[in-house]
Write a protein that binds this ligand. Sequence first.
Ligand code: SF4
Length: 259
Amino acid sequence: MSEASVLEVFSSIQGEGAFVGQPQVFVRLAGCPLRCAWCDTPHSWIVDGKRQARIVALAGQRTEPARADAERVATWVEEADPSGARPVSVTGGEPLLYPAFLVRLAAALAPRRVHLETAGAHPHALARLVGLVGHVSLDLKLPSDLAPPVAVAGEGESAPADEREWSVARRAALALVAETDACVKLPVAAGRAPADFEPLLADVAALAPRLPVFWQPITPVRGAAAPDGALLLALVARAEAHGLAARVVPQVHRLLGVE
Ligand code: SF4
């Protein structure tokens, strides 16, 4: 399957992770099996055959059939940024539901740089993309922040269903990106304890110690609150104790009021 269900293509400012502040083109794909309590894109969870893709080109905004192949999506990217200079951030939802599409999209967009944003729940799909994309932003979740995964049409690989499976997937994903251009993002909501993150930090330190770590305080949504400064300072210290280079970066696009 080399098509994907596309929600939107638009230009904006990267608000998270290692390239925060950089102008990028965003390709948001529909479908995610996870249900993070603080998800800021719940409209991306469902693959809805009746929905249209929103294309924000320099010439204006329009809709197109959401189901599209990589070559078609590449033309939408060119319309959003005719200069060809902006990297393309493929986000979701969970882009790794569509590995065959992503392989073709990276080729169709070359030499434009492609960044992949993923929860790392699909390591077999990630293995197909490492080496084809310029950057991987690995958003690691606390299993306790997740509701049980739901079935979403993808290319066969299921999301982890329990803490043991999450540990296996997380370690596989970290090993895959350890020596690549990548970063680890760790979203943090209020009420979490520093010890909750210990298994995640231990895995990053053991498997991908050279990757920068970004603590990302969540933007309050649907009753989930942002963490206080004391928790963030404690988390930074805990990452440092593991020998990791950690920073705290909130969702800057939300602060700027851009999408
Ligand atoms: S993985 Fe991303 S899109 Fe899916 S529920 Fe979590 S935050 Fe939302």
